[in-house]
Design a protein around this ligand. Structure first.
Ligand code: HEM
Length: 436
């Protein structure tokens, strides 16, 4: 049944299996890695070819960085395209490069710094809500709170003042389906794509009023020009990019925050250390992006949380032309799977990998480690465009909330996880909350 495959023998499990973004894939790779090592292949019955699991950091470097031009997005991209259209997340080659070049300036540090006030203010508003929950003596639904908060912040960054207009015009926030709908199925895709009508209306308004100066992602994308042709994005393209930013930025950051509180709940001593370290921070209004980047304890907690629980747990690529990877010849159109989740637990690079220990990210420890065993935001030219924004949001949130509140688990049970497009908790996380 199996084709002869590569010249160098590559380990493979006896069973065939369709690797993809699924809990079964997570469980299989977990079982197979100790047996077949850092580079093995699995026969895919549906695709009728071998797919490769790549957990060797040098091979990861080749796919995502040194030979990245020979790899396009892989398995699952078609489904993601139904949701996000042909935006920066799903496109490849010249199309992708053009979109990335046009969107990149919107994520410049100067622009992100400008969002600092809104990010801090949104967290302060949520702190008042958390206060009310604490006073009522009921548990806080952390999943819901993190989801609402990140949606609020991301929408402010993307749409700026138009957010108020959207609410006024449509009576509620039509983008809240990103938060209220948990499933990422065809129904969700349909509902998300229907938001295109609203976006078109906003584009028309902005194009008709060019004198209104704004600083938000929408405006920067609207005004971005292709360096080579001087052309701007078409309305269709803009809609795809805006939907991409709303969806890609929200769930990942919301899951990351939920996981962080989950881990802090299980490690009260680290939560206390985090809270104590906020006392040494100046007021948030003067802290800003740089100040938070210098908050060592906060940054280490965020990094360690993203190590153990990386929302983007699976990165799929497909070869364009043949390549030699890990000494093995791969044909054109071969699928490779790189998992931050497993790289972050690689036993040769991480001591006691399941232990939550933020001090792994002390500067000396970080410098001693292979650069490609820690990639929660991907790496290379296609790494996450929102990395600095996400980290800024997370650090602001932890600085505001851990200073004021102590969160403890409601249950000691091991929660069930979901590993599809995102690695997240299957059910909402509830935690007791008390003011400090
Ligand atoms: C903790 C939060 C986040 C995590 C863990 C995360 C993770 C990732 C990962 C792993 C990739 C690379 C995927 C690949 O190489 O196939 C990626 C790409 C991307 N992310 Fe994020 N992300 C986060 C937040 C955000 C935010 C806040 C935004 C935007 C507002 C964003 C927008 C994007 C986009 C547009 C891409 C595609 C970039 C390209 O292909 O050029 N992400 N993200």
């Amino acid at each position: 049944m199996h084709s002869p495959g590569a010249a160098v023998p590559v380990p493979e499990p006896p069973e065939s299996f369709d690797l993809g973004a699924s809990e079964e894939t997570l469980a299989k790779i977990r079982d197979w890695l100790p047996v077949y090592g850092d580079f093995f292949r699995v026969y895919s019955p549906r695709r009728r070819v071998y797919s490769y699991v790549v957990n060797d950091p040098e091979a990861v470097k080749r796919v995502l960085l040194t030979n990245h031009r020979n790899y396009v997005k892989g398995v699952g991209t078609d489904q993601i395209s139904i949701l996000l259209g042909r935006g920066i997340m799903t496109s490849s080659g010249d199309d992708w490069q053009r979109q990335r070049r046009m969107l990149q300036p919107a994520f410049h540090r100067r622009v992100l710094s400008g969002f600092g006030g809104a990010i801090a203010q949104t967290n302060e508003e949520y702190a008042s809500r958390w206060d009310a929950v604490a006073r009522h003596g009921v548990p806080l639904n952390v999943t819901e709170a993190a989801s609402e908060l990140t949606l609020d912040i991301n929408l402010r960054a993307i749409f700026g003042d138009d957010l108020a207009l959207i609410r006024e015009r449509f009576g509620a926030n039509p983008f809240s389906i990103v938060h209220t709908e948990a499933d990422r199925d065809l129904r969700f895709a349909y509902r998300i794509r229907s938001l295109g009508t609203i976006l078109q209306e906003l584009i028309d308004r902005r194009r008709a009023n060019p004198q209104e100066k704004r600083v938000d992602f929408f405006e920067m994308a609207l005004e971005a020009e292709d360096k080579e042709t001087g052309e701007r994005m078409s309305d269709r393209q803009l809609i795809d990019e805006l939907i991409t930013l709303v969806v890609a930025g929200h769930e990942t950051t919301a899951s990351a925050l939920t996981w962080t509180w989950y881990l802090l709940g299980r490690h009260p001593e680290i939560q206390e250390e985090l809270a104590a370290s906020t006392l040494g921070l100046p007021a948030l209004s003067t802290l800003g992006l740089e100040g938070l980047e210098g908050w060592a304890v906060g940054q280490q907690v965020i990094k360690e949380s993203l190590r153990l629980c990386p929302p983007g747990w699976m990165i799929a690529r497909r070869t364009v032309a043949p390549d030699v990877l890990h000494g093995v010849a791969l044909a054109a159109a071969t699928d490779v799977f790189i998992s931050p989740y497993f790289l972050h637990r690689h036993p040769a690079h991480w001591q006691d990998p399941e232990r939550f220990d933020p001090s792994r990210f002390a500067p000396a420890a970080e410098a001693a480690r292979h650069r490609f065993v820690y990639i929660p935001f991907g790496v290379g030219p296609r790494h996450c465009i929102g990395e600095a924004l996400a980290t800024f949001e997370m650090a602001t949130h932890l600085a505001v909330m851990s200073r004021r509140f102590r969160l403890t688990p409601v249950s000691d049970e091991t929660p069930r996880i979901e590993a599809r497009i995102n690695y997240r908790l299957r059910s909402d996380l509830s935690m007791w909350i008390e003011p400090r």
